[in-house]
Design a protein around this ligand. Sequence first.
Ligand code: ADP
Ligand code: ASP
Ligand code: MG
Length: 403
Amino acid sequence: MAKKVLKFGGTSVGTIDRILHVAKIIKKEFVAGNEVIVIVSAMAGKTNELLEQSKNISKNFNKRELDVLLTSGEQVTSALLAGALNEIGVNSKSWLNWQIPILTEGKNTNARIINMNISKINIFLSNKGVAIIPGFQGISKNGDITTIGRGGSDATAVAAAKIFNADSCEIYTDVDGIYSSDPNKIPVAKKIDKISYDEMLELSSLGAKVMQPSAVQTAMMYNIPLEVKSTFTDRDGTKIFSEESIDYSKSVTGVAYSKDDAKITMIGVQDKPGVAANIFEPLGKNQVNVDMVIQNISLDQKTTDITFTIKRDDLLKTIDILKKNKNVKYDTMSHNNKVSKISIVGAGMVSTPGVTYRMFRGLADEKINILAISTSEIKLSVIINEEDTLKAVKKLHTIFDLD
Ligand code: ADP
Ligand code: ASP
Ligand code: MG
């Protein structure tokens, strides 16, 4: 007998038929003698629909109320799934964030789970019940309903696996594992059987939305092995775990991309000590995350150009902050939000020379212009024009033998 956390994503519970199908998967695990804790997402599209409704009321919708609204999606699927299980003879019960409670800290819409009080759920499990816990939601110390960031049901699953001391944490979704690139966009992408936490963290942070980055980070921190598998087939999924047992015969494991970046260039910035700090300090203080930064060499020793990237959603706010910044003198500023970030990720990159030039050569062969570059030990990212995204991903996929 094992204690299992099973998480079902939005597509997996997207219709009543699918919820009935998920109930059968859970029943199978339960009848096999396992203790089962289920984490469930809202029906596919529901969270976006609720978000849109809030925007129709205000572009600046109150964040506390937004969390009350958004958590309703997971409330619906929790109850429907518990009802479906009871209907097929499995004793099941759902608990909402405040009933457990799932304690979080941090701001509304971006909180973190810090604890769950699982004593009553454990009693229910030992009395042969299947527990359903809504993903993505929590409650703050002062009693406000919170959410933990988009895609956050993954993080709820990992937190539950840790707190319940589960033997396994299985992420059921609409693809049958982690692929070398998004299989819905790059049909030649290959399934990866095993992947390290580090690589998965890079891939998901760089746009592979199949796992939420903070969930991977928590799994890595507590060494919780994960398996990503399909709700709709019986095929083995992808195992995510610590590095030792992984084969790095390939320099690059996967290619990720995101289209949520924007680029700002400031031309003719005064070139003297402290200027970069003066530009970026107010951005940091206003919660704008700066990703890549490029500063050109100053030819006249007086002025330079600085280019940097930020999240696209922060573009207007950033321009506003820069325009109001009296401590920075510059000639002109330009911006481009039709850019995307393409990244290659692989723990094998550390020991393979030439990965960088092969990436650049491949993009050049496709006449794709590189607008900014950033690297770390196991990833290389470039900013390019958005229209070249798929062409670039396909090319890199081929160059690094991932097709
Ligand atoms: P869920 O609702 O189950 O959480 P998501 O939509 O969040 O599912 O994540 C699954 C999707 O992630 C897939 O349908 C796929 O399009 C996308 N995806 C992006 N990159 C990858 C990748 N490298 N491997 C597998 N899926 C990926
Ligand atoms: N429903 C939430 C979202 O769409 C959480 C999740 O599905 O993981 O972001
Ligand atoms: Mg998801």
